[in-house]
Design a protein around this ligand. Structure first.
Ligand code: PLP
Length: 453
């Protein structure tokens, strides 16, 4: 007999109806979903009322934590005033304008214009399209190749997944598309040679980048994409000297630098932007996640005059800049983003990260003593521990053991939600987390590690 729909649990309906992102779809019915029903502060609660510390701020985004009434009010006010309008065809609206102006004023390097979109992928996809458009505008149609790094994460559209350097974003999707070059991942612990200092490692990677550009032909290479701290690749903090050395190579061959600040932007690394933490000079910057504290979907692409000038010229020649998303700069999202930025300023979010960040970093580094932990790394309020089979020679566990995923599952049972990237377990809690909650998050994680050992 068929159960009446209303008697079915959320978990049962989920299994029947949802195609889940980033999930083993075949195993999902057997594993079953964790149903989250509400959140408050840095905690979310499941159907049974159990609390979990959200160690990854949802998906690295909920910087102000859950239950921030001012964002609810900002959304409700905007819904009443103007729930939808757009920026196409010379139209505009006040919150969209205010947000772009505010972002330009916050930009760590001079930027000319801001394009609003709905997600990190859309912002990066737009950056790729601008690179192509600009190359055509400049009469250099062969200069369009884009360099991205192993373990990069720039999104999941056809083009951005092609820049993403993680195997599961490309395998069986028939990606990457042509025109993408792959540079080395700057993870010192994993990829430095024996005895190679961070500076020497950075020098070597910059040399390899230069060799690649020369081999391809500088007239064919348009841009280099980079996250300041690589997030989904396993929280990889650049080694000393890395970005200045890379930037010098890019400058030499007239290669644009696109900095993906989707995770790092808005305080995550201790400064407002990762660009500032690591001394980078981007031509384009993409922002999302913390821009609205995850309360509404929104992203932004900032471009400097080097990019905007030729693009504007080309649109004049063609008659239109033929790109834009229905929900780009959605007024409700823009209003939520503006209020988020107000809160960051009023509560001095950078002072808060400076205050509690060291508790996370010291706590992670203290885990180095654990038999499973090969490396602990991070900056500000982002970090990771890398689990290894043999600490002495840094040997990883065989991937089929899925040790990272197993530890994260145990941590969830102990009341902390984290994410495994291979055998790196990432931490990026809401920026508003207290020292006591960081300690509690690490205590729960430590119990899971002990159990896994
Ligand atoms: N860039 C980075 C660095 C990210 O971490 C992400 C998502 O995690 C993206 C881009 C893609 O953003 P979205 O999932 O909003 O498309």
């Amino acid at each position: 007999m068929q159960t009446h729909a209303s008697n079915r649990t959320i978990a049962e309906k989920d299994v029947d109806s949802v195609l889940h992102p980033y999930t083993n779809l075949k195993r999902h019915p057997e594993v079953g979903p964790l149903v989250i029903t509400r959140g408050q502060g840095v905690r979310v609660y499941d159907e049974a009322g159990r609390d979990y510390i959200e160690g990854l701020a949802g998906l690295w985004c909920t910087s102000l934590g859950w239950g921030e009434e001012r964002l609810v009010e900002a959304a409700a006010r905007q819904m009443r005033q103007l729930p939808f309008y757009h920026l196409f065809s010379h139209k505009t609206h006040d919150v969209g304008v205010e947000l772009c102006a505010r972002l330009l004023a916050m930009a760590p390097v001079p930027m000319s214009k801001v394009f609003l979109a709905g997600s990190g992928s859309e912002a990066n996809d737009t950056a790729i399209k601008l690179i192509h458009y600009r190359a055509n505008a400049l009469g250099t149609p062969d200069k369009k190749k884009i360099i991205a790094r192993e373990k990069a994460y720039h999104g999941v559209t056809v083009a951005t997944a092609s820049l993403t350097g993680l195997v599961n974003n490309q395998r069986s999707f028939d990606l990457p598309i042509p025109g993408v070059l792959r540079a080395a991942c700057p993870h010192h612990y994993r990829f430095a040679k024996d005895g190679e200092s961070e500076e020497d490692f950075s020098t070597r990677l910059a040399g390899e980048l230069e060799a690649m550009i020369l081999a391809e032909g500088p007239d064919t290479v348009a841009a280099f994409f980079a996250e300041p701290v690589m997030g989904a690749g396993g929280v990889i903090v650049p080694p000393a000297g890395y970005f200045p050395k890379i930037q010098a190579v890019l400058d030499r061959y007239d290669v644009l630098l696109v900095v993906d600040e989707v995770i790092c932007g808005f305080g995550r690394t201790g400064k407002m932007f990762g660009t500032e933490t690591f001394g980078i000079r981007p031509d384009m910057m993409t922002l999302a996640k913390g821009l609205s504290s995850g309360y509404a979907p929104i992203s932004a692409l900032m471009v400097n005059e080097r990019v905007y000038g030729p693009v504007a010229e080309e649109s004049g020649r063609i008659g239109v800049f033929g790109h834009g998303y229905t929900y780009g700069g959605h007024p409700v999202s823009a209003a939520v983003a503006l209020e988020t930025l107000n809160i960051y300023a009023e509560r001095d979010i950078l002072a808060q990260v400076a205050e509690v960040g060291p508790v996370l970093q010291d706590g992670l580094r203290a885990l180095r003593g654990h038999p499973l932990v090969g490396e602990a790394r991070g900056v500000g309020l982002i970090g990771a521990v890398e689990l290894v089979a043999d600490k002495a020679n840094r040997a990883p566990f065989p991937p089929e053991l899925a040790v990272g995923a197993r530890v994260v599952a145990k941590a969830q049972a102990k009341g902390v939600i984290l994410r495994a990237m291979g055998d790196a377990v990432a931490f990026a809690p809401p920026l508003v987390i207290s020292k006591a909650d960081i300690a509690e998050m690490l205590r729960r994680f430590g119990l899971a590690l002990d159990e896994a050992h």
